[in-house]
Design a protein around this ligand. Structure first.
Ligand code: CA
Length: 247
């Protein structure tokens, strides 16, 4: 029941699921989000949104409230009820809908009222994702054992040696390093790092993981979890970067 995977998603910023029943608005959103570097899938009703969120594992939802079958607020409620905290940017046409949004737990989520400019929507979505991922305005350096990953400069060092990763390799590696110990499926990584629909196939992920491992050599913290996916090992506690004493 998945929508067809986008054949040429713009890589890098993740997959956005647009839930919008008005085709003209959906087209505008698709165009602008793609131009901003997101992969985009569109569904037109609430029931399809629930299925697609489970199947495609999008990085975020742009969720119209006035929808056939299940309305946007109920979609969000059901997602949260099943433990799915995918960030949501609500699109609302009416003031009374805003009150209903404010009645549910928003977390990092946000809303925008129609009519809106596509530019504003893209900016607001960026804000939602920044809050979810941590503040992108503060320098972010991930450390684990002898590894440092500077998310601002895109530099990776392993035991003082600089490792040259391609942009995609870097995005993949940083994504794993942000959540040490968490196992990501290939589908999640495709969605989060490439912006592909999860149905697009995991071979791309395997190839890039292999390249990152080859470049890092012994220093690679990436662990394969058989028939599941990949995780970055947590560094042993005594030399975890930060706080205490000497390495
Ligand atoms: Ca609508």
């Amino acid at each position: 029941m998945c929508p067809e995977p986008d054949p040429r998603p713009a890589p890098g910023r993740g997959l956005v699921l647009v839930v919008e029943d008005e085709p003209a608005i959906a087209d505008v959103l698709r165009l602008n989000l793609r131009a901003a570097g997101y992969g985009v899938e569109v569904v037109g009703d609430g029931a399809a949104a629930l299925d697609a969120t489970r199947d495609l594992r999008p990085t975020a939802l742009v969720l119209d409230i006035g929808l056939p079958t299940v309305d946007g607020i109920e979609v969000c409620r059901r997602l949260r009820a099943r433990g799915d905290w995918t960030p949501v940017l609500f699109v609302t046409a009416r003031d009374d809908e805003v009150h209903r949004i404010l009645g549910i737990e928003l977390g990092a989520d946000d809303y925008i009222t129609k009519p809106f400019s596509p530019r504003e929507l893209v900016a607001r979505l960026g804000g939602v994702l920044r809050r979810t991922r941590g503040d992108a305005n503060t320098a972010e350096v991930l450390r684990s054992g002898g590894l440092t990953v500077d998310v601002t400069t895109h530099e990776v060092h392993a035991d003082g040696r600089q490792i040259a990763l391609t942009a995609t390799e870097f995005d993949l590696f940083a994504h794993l390093m942000r959540r040490p110990g968490v196992v990501f499926t290939r589908e999640q990584l495709l969605s989060d790092v490439w912006g592909y629909a999860a149905t697009a196939g995991g071979r791309t992920v395997d190839v890039h993981v292999a390249q990152v491992r080859a470049k890092l050599g012994e220093a690679s913290p990436i662990r394969t979890v058989r028939s599941v996916g990949y995780a970055a090992e947590r560094a042993p506690r005594h030399d975890a970067g930060g706080a205490e004493s000497g390495s």
